[in-house]
Design a protein around this ligand. Structure first.
Ligand code: GUN
Length: 288
């Protein structure tokens, strides 16, 4: 039997509708949640991501503003912008779109964001909070994956989760969040020797390597939950994930498609984090 498709688009719509009620409540009480996005340079993918984030904000009633800097911008100018946004009471969440140009120090820039406005959850304080099980803002992509698992009532505790990919944005926080929910977690990379030996024993397999269709049917256990975080454009212009979807779907129990799987969830979770930040600001909750 073919796998059940985890519909990220539909799940994202449901989650957005729930959080829009929370945004509406804030707006009725005089607080419009606000998100600031900083983009530096001319990375075309980043420009599309930012455009999509701005549109998603307006769909749920979040105010948003974009601060764009050229690729030769000075780091100090970006730091000054972040400082002003930290002090701006109309801005509850803020993110710096990555990657930054090579002359920027990522950690220094992200560390200048106020931790209670760090809706990406990338500040080192928030990374430490996640590691110790005191999450302030769950990073959006793994948060989206956890939300999909939850909405499809997929159990995590006691199961073997294998994460392929070790990025700071996806692989590492994903592994930590699964671990926090009681999974036994293995972290692999695209270069793990005999990768199939690990993936074949996964009850839950999350793949975020950026390598088109690298996970084949022979690498997947029958009935496994397969989550594909990859989005790759092939030379013929079509999109595909890191999982070879058609054959793997015949083996897996659940699978996310690309597009329409993890992608729509990521931006949705950014909206949730921004609304949460505004709720905390209204309640006067201090993070530390
Ligand atoms: N670049 C790719 N993914 C992300 C993300 O989730 N947040 C930010 N800030 N930059 C990214």
């Amino acid at each position: 039997m073919s796998a059940q498709i985890i519909d990220g688009k539909k799940t994202a719509e449901l989650v957005r509708a729930e959080w829009k009620l929370r945004a509406d409540k804030l707006i009725q009480s005089g607080i419009k949640p606000g998100l600031a996005v900083i983009i530096v340079g001319d990375n075309p993918a980043s420009a599309i991501y930012v455009k999509n984030k701005v549109k998603a904000c307006s769909d749920v009633g979040i105010y948003s503003e974009v601060h764009s800097f050229g690729k030769d911008a000075k780091q100090s100018d970006v730091l000054d912008c972040i400082q002003a946004l930290n002090e701006n009471p109309n801005i509850h969440g803020m993110l710096v779109q990555l990657p930054l140009p090579p002359h920027f120090e990522n950690n220094r820039v992200i560390a200048s964001i106020a931790i209670e406005k760090d809706v990406d959850g990338f500040h080192l304080y928030n990374v430490g909070a996640l590691v110790t099980g005191n999450t302030v803002f769950p990073p959006c992509t793994p948060y989206g994956v956890m939300t999909m698992l939850d909405r499809y009532a997929i159990p995590i505790e006691g199961r073997h989760a294998v994460v392929v990919g070790r990025s700071n944005i996806v692989g590492k926080p994903m592994a930590l969040m699964l671990l926090e929910q009681g999974a036994t977690v293995t972290i692999c990379t695209s270069r793990t020797r005999d990768l199939a030996q690990f993936t074949q024993s996964a009850d839950i397999l999350v793949v975020a390597t950026g390598r088109p269709r690298m996970i084949t049917a022979a690498m997947v256990k029958k009935g496994a939950v397969v989550i594909d975080v990859g989005i790759n454009r092939l030379s013929d212009g079509t999109l595909c994930g890191d999982v070879d979807f058609e054959p793997v779907k015949e083996i897996a129990g659940f699978i996310t498609p690309v597009p329409g799987g993890v992608g729509p969830m990521t931006i949705t979770m950014l909206l949730c984090n921004t609304i949460l930040a505004a709720e905390r600001a209204q309640a006067g909750i201090k993070i530390r």
